[in-house]
Design a protein around this ligand. Structure first.
Ligand SMILES: Cc1cc2nc3c(=O)[nH]c(=O)nc-3n(C[C@H](O)[C@H](O)[C@H](O)COP(=O)(O)OP(=O)(O)OC[C@H]3O[C@@H](n4cnc5c(N)ncnc54)[C@H](O)[C@@H]3O)c2cc1C
Length: 492
């Protein structure tokens, strides 16, 4: 490492010290300064104002200290960051909206390529298509689309990033009618590990297009997404609420309601506990709540008829179904997943929602150590997702209609052990009901076993693609597909 001259700014000293600890190759002051001045966005170093805020992500469990945070303002910054990190052998992580609960967007000691400031959205109402930059959230995207009566099928909450959610899959409120977010991706601009720009679509770099639709950030950084979007306008959305003590009978009813409903209806069930500031009838204050609901996108009078049986079954304690803009439906559940809580999640597609699975879910939720915890049962199937042939995208597992997501959340680090232990015990009890199919985006854990389980027989094809596009494993802060090329780095 080069000796510092007296004039080096304190944060720059900090980066040199930090990089030295990591034993990465030398970064000279002039290289760092050239890199900084090459950016239209900001380069934030440890010790500088805003550093601690810039390294916070959705999940407070993830407390890492990157050495460089490159807040990119555009594609040129992304290319500069990739080339700088590559030439100095610096570990990188790629951040969209920072929602991944495994914390893959944040690295210790390396460089975060932070795309959060890239928020361009361009809607083409004539063709029902839209272009989105990678810092955009689903709430922002659907806000813009709403002005044209259009909507994109994305996530079930508005705060998640378009980028990470799409490259991993994308389960949301129109999945039954229009498929996953990635099924509606028409093309993408991708910066590769060499810092080159490639366009990926069904006609251009089609192998890369296959890989970025499901295998996350393994092959490059998407700087522009082109989506198919749909007329939506006003939709019928909401929930009926019951005490969870009635859950056994209700979930047995609900598991038949969704599959019988037309694809315009995407539905789910959730177990949660009302926070004091949430307005609910007194009967729902005595314990856990079961919510059954969804979004109907289509003719509203027909929607009212479809949803009526759910609204009338077993006299709900509250009915909050109403007509609303799709953009409001996109954000209606956001309050259940506040930013900055501690999160530990487990998720898997279910073989079926059997009586025994229902009993296990209800039993474990009643013992949850934290009242912030939410268990979600998603009904994604019986629709468009399963019509796409299995081999068209890297995402697999299209034929399991129900998915469970245990989103354990708490606010005090002292409660981490109890909450993680409960989640794992719950999960062990759920194993008999789980299909051999999991969705990478919902995982708190990382590791080769999980990645192999997520991609199944597609894993070897993904390794071949990784060998082609990223043989040194430059993009490895993700649910990592390890290349078999000789010089690959595998250790974050
Ligand atoms: C509260 C909450 C609600 C959620 N709801 C849903 C849901 O309804 N449906 C659903 O399917 N998932 C949902 N998820 C999971 C979500 O899909 C993932 O967390 C996803 O990674 C979030 O995207 P992001 O851009 O915020 O990710 P980040 O945490 O910023 O990034 C995660 C990873 O995505 C990759 N990545 C990010 N940006 C790019 C890019 N531009 N190019 C290439 N790779 C990139 C990188 O590998 C990165 O490490 C939810 C998560 C949370 C915390």
């Amino acid at each position: 490492m080069k000796a510092h001259c007296d004039c080096v700014h304190a944060p720059v000293m900090a980066i040199f010290d930090s990089l030295q600890k990591e034993e990465v190759p030398m970064i000279t002051e002039s290289a760092l300064s050239t890199f900084r001045s090459s950016l239209r966005g900001q380069l934030i170093l440890p010790g500088q104002p805003g550093y601690d805020e810039a390294r916070k992500i959705h999940n407070a469990m993830i407390d890492r200290r990157p050495t460089l945070i490159a807040r990119c303002a555009g594609v040129a910054d992304v290319i500069a960051a990739v080339k700088f990190a590559r030439s100095h052998d610096v570990l990188v992580s790629v951040r969209g909206a920072g929602h991944n609960v495994a914390g893959t967007s944040l690295c210790d000691g390396g460089m975060v390529i932070d795309l959060g400031g890239m928020k361009g959205i361009r809607v083409h109402p004539g063709t029902h298509t839209a272009r989105v930059e990678p810092g955009v959230t689903w709430a922002e995207f659907n806000h813009e689309l709403q002005a044209f009566g259009l909507a994109a099928t994305g996530g079930y909450v508005g705060t998640t990033g378009v980028a990470g959610l799409t490259v991993g899959g994308g389960l949301g409120w129109m999945v039954r009618k229009h498929g996953l977010a990635l099924d509606n991706l028409l093309s993408a601009d991708v910066i590769t590990a060499d810092g080159e720009l490639l366009t990926a679509s069904s006609t251009e770099n089609a192998d890369l297009f296959w890989g970025i639709r499901g295998a996350g950030g393994n092959f490059g950084i998407v700087t522009s997404f082109e989506f198919q979007v749909y007329p939506a306008g006003t939709v019928l959305a909401g929930l009926v609420l019951h005490p969870a003590s009635k859950g056994r009978e209700l979930l047995r009813y609900w598991r038949k309601f969704g599959p019988a409903a037309p694809e315009e209806m995407t539905d789910g069930a959730l177990l949660f506990t009302a926070a004091p500031e949430v307005t609910v009838p007194e009967t729902l204050r005595q314990g856990a709540i079961l919510g059954l609901g969804g979004v109907y996108v289509g003719d509203l009078d027909t929607g009212e008829k479809i949803v009526r049986p759910l609204r009338e079954f077993d006299a709900p304690a509250a009915d909050i179904f109403q007509r609303m803009p799709y953009s409001a439906a996109q954000t209606m559940a956001d309050f259940l997943w506040p930013r900055g809580t501690y999160n530990y999640w487990k998720s898997n597609f279910l073989k079926s929602l059997s009586d025994a699975a229902i009993d296990t879910i209800l039993e474990y939720y009643s013992k949850a150590p934290s009242t912030l915890t939410v268990v979600v049962l998603e009904h994604n199937g019986h629709g468009a997702m399963e019509r796409v042939p299995e081999d068209v995208t890297a995402f697999g597992h299209r034929n399991w209609p129900f998915n469970i997501v245990v989103t354990t959340m708490w606010t005090d680090a002292a409660d981490s052990d109890a909450n993680i232990r409960w989640t794992r015990e719950f999960w062990d009890a759920m194993r008999p009901f789980l299909a051999d199919a999991l969705y990478v985006n919902y995982l708190s854990d990382t590791g080769e076993d999980l990645v192999r389980a997520a991609y199944g027989r597609k894993y070897e094809r993904l390794v071949a693609l990784k060998n082609k596009y990223d043989p040194t494993n430059f993009f490895r802060m993700n649910q990592n597909i390890r290349p078999t090329a000789a010089a690959a780095s595998t250790v974050p």
